[in-house]
Design a protein around this ligand. Sequence first.
Ligand code: SF4
Length: 74
Amino acid sequence: MKPGDISDFDSVGQCRDCLHHRVTGNRKRSRFYLCGRAKDDAQFPKYPPLPVIDCKGYEPGGADPWTRYAEDTD
Ligand code: SF4
């Protein structure tokens, strides 16, 4: 990583390791973060604008989605 690069955590924020996130993608290898809380609570957007900085629904402990997504798609 070069100086000035944005880390994955900086670009995604709290969703990155939240228990409620899910990652989807498309054929162009774009990746999208979905909030699982959105299904039952309208105050959470299904696709939260990133980075998520101070989410009251955040619960740490979710697996690293980049690793999990790569394992699912490789
Ligand atoms: S609850 Fe907040 S931090 Fe967790 S996935 Fe939803 S938007 Fe992201």
